[in-house]
Write a protein that binds this ligand. Structure first.
Ligand code: AMP
Length: 358
């Protein structure tokens, strides 16, 4: 695949706000975006006329979709891997389905990280009562039991504070493979968003701090207030992971910084990430534009920031503050076009900038 000329079409699996903001960045560079998702009226479908509504496993719909686009990416990683794997036989899919397969399964993800020398919280795979009991002996308490697949925003997780509560925890997360992870007493949570092009060039944003409420990202502070050596280590790890994955696209790496300054990787997301939304308003090139550039075979843009920033998510009813946010000088409001403000639903975000270093 050569570099895509303006007018080419980028296919996106998933129709949420990440697809919407990717489509907006693609449009700015002269590309069309075709959204593929099973839901009606997806947020991304409001910014491009090209939408296929079908299940991710629908091979006929996938084949038609493949014929209508020049490259496919995704904005959502909990897609059964067969769909992207089939698509990849018809059209380039970037990041590759192999990367997606690693990142959508905590067991594969953590095995991969440890195999390339990246530290994580201690963990063990669990798939029944016996493996759970031996994992609990090895890891101790407090610990967290997480489903291996289909978890997000803290869903599919149970915290275990005393060893006797084990059976309930196993029941609470339901059937299927899981991992038991040691609880990290972290000083802060950070993430690094990195883009990697088809020529192996890389561009990462500064590490940012992420603060959660009820398991959902509440605020991202850019840059993270960590020592320079910790920031450099986080960036080194991000580049190592992107390179070893052979990533083409954008990857977010969530990390814990322990009280002694060690960096442990928690989770990978091979797509634009909520903790990278600040880059739209504060960087020369946003994470969405980087994704478009990477998959279109263009040179990556400059990830340098022109301001420091705090991004606040508008979750559920928070969105009702939009008139006040619009009236606030300097507040950059982004709404996702979702009709119903259900509790826990990401409805938009607001980014506030400040001069670098203040
Ligand atoms: P995850 O779905 O793995 O990103 O977890 C959601 C949130 O739960 C994280 O952002 C942390 O705040 C918390 N968490 C997850 N795993 C651990 C851990 N091993 N130790 C402490 N907190 C954790």
């Amino acid at each position: 695949m050569t570099r895509l000329a303006p007018g080419a079409a980028i296919g996106v699996l998933g129709g949420g706000q990440l697809g919407r903001m990717t489509a907006m960045a693609a449009a700015r560079l002269g590309y069309r975006t075709h959204i593929f998702c099973p839901e009606a009226d997806p947020p991304a479908g409001q910014v491009t006329p090209l939408v296929t509504r079908a299940d991710y496993g629908d091979r006929d719909a996938l084949a038609r979709f493949a014929r209508s686009v020049d490259v496919v990416t995704f904005e959502f990683e909990n897609i059964p891997i067969d769909g992207p794997a089939h698509l990849a036989t018809l059209v380039p899919v970037l990041p590759s389905p192999d990367v997606l397969a690693i990142c959508q399964d905590r067991i594969r993800e953590k095995s991969f990280l440890n195999a390339i020398g990246v530290a994580t919280a201690p963990w063990r795979p669990v798939d029944d009562g016996a493996s759970f009991a031996s994992a609990l002996t090895a890891i101790g308490v407090p610990a967290i039991l997480k489903t291996a697949r289909l978890g997000y925003d803290g869903k599919g997780q149970v915290r275990i504070r005393d060893a006797g509560a084990g059976a309930d925890a196993l029941r609470a997360i339901g059937a299927g493979p899981a991992i038991l992870e040691g609880m990290v007493d972290f000083a802060c949570e950070i993430s690094v968003v990195i883009a990697r092009g088809r020529d192996g060039s890389e561009a990462n944003y500064v590490p940012v701090e992420n603060r959660h409420k009820d398991g959902i990202l509440d605020e991202t502070i850019a840059p993270a207030a960590v020592l320079p050596a910790v920031a450099r280590e986080a960036e080194r790890i991000a580049r190592l992971i992107a390179g070893k994955l052979g990533l083409v696209g954008v990857l977010a790496i969530e990390m814990f910084i322990t009280r002694d300054g060690s960096v442990l990787v928690n989770e990978l997301a091979p797509r634009p990430h909520n903790s990278g939304h600040w880059t739209i308003d504060a960087c020369a090139t946003s994470q969405f534009e980087q994704l478009v550039r990477a998959v279109a075979g263009l040179p990556l843009g400059d990830p340098a920031r022109v301001a420091d920033a705090t991004m606040k998510n508008l979750i559920g009813d928070d969105v009702n503050t939009w008139p006040a946010l619009l009236a606030e000088p300097g507040a950059r409001l982004h709404l996702y076009g979702k009709a119903e403000a259900r509790p826990g639903r990401k409805m938009g975000h607001v980014t506030r900038l400040r001069p670098i270093g203040t």
